[in-house]
Ligand binder design. Structure first.
Ligand code: S3P
Length: 171
């Protein structure tokens, strides 16, 4: 497989756990764009939002996107929920959208044993109504950015990972 696989999707949809499962099943090397940004900046995403604002963070995402396009190959890339807006997404690799309806995502994030931590580290998931509004705004554009759409509701990360590998390898 020559290309990268890029996982996009809304906060809390399960990009991280599905990425870990793809790695387990395929042996691919993986990276996460939020982790790359945190190492570049030596501070947490939440702190970057607080100290610099969202526009600065989006600029960092674009910097990472240029680096991925130029220098990264054969890698599974998981992304922050807004990363799909970078200008060169399609040039990085095969874009896989993980899709679930908002209620499924909300339930997943709020019933997680670490729910408080998960919500705290996501400045754009402050409360249910603002998160739902953002979801509704993004929903149509996510699908446009994707080469492959995978429904994740009611499926285990193991099943989703298997589905992604089957579809992307066939492509
Ligand atoms: C964001 C999602 C977050 C993180 C930042 C902004 C977004 O990542 O990149 O808080 O705009 O949706 P997760 O999708 O991993 O929560």
């Amino acid at each position: 497989m020559a290309k990268n696989i890029i996982l996009i999707g809304f906060m809390g949809v399960g990009k991280g756990s599905i990425a870990r499962e793809i790695v387990r099943q395929s042996g691919m090397v993986a990276l996460d764009t939020d982790d790359v940004i945190e190492s570049m900046e030596n501070r947490k995403v939440k702190t970057i939002f607080e100290e610099e604002g969202e526009a600065y963070f989006r600029g960092l995402e674009q910097t990472v996107a240029h680096w991925l396009e130029k220098d990264v190959k054969h890698t599974l890339i998981s992304t922050g929920g807004g990363f799909f807006k970078v200008g060169n997404l399609g040039k990085i690799g095969t874009v896989v959208l993980l899709h679930a309806d908002f209620d499924t995502i909300y339930r997943r994030i709020t019933t997680h044993p670490n729910a408080e931590k998960k919500l705290k580290k996501r400045p754009l998931f402050r409360d249910e109504s603002s998160a739902r509004k953002l979801y509704d705004e993004r929903e149509p554009t996510y699908a446009k950015a994707a080469d492959v759409v995978i429904d994740v509701a009611g499926k285990t990360p193991e099943k989703v990972a298997k589905e992604i590998l089957k579809k992307v390898i066939k492509k």
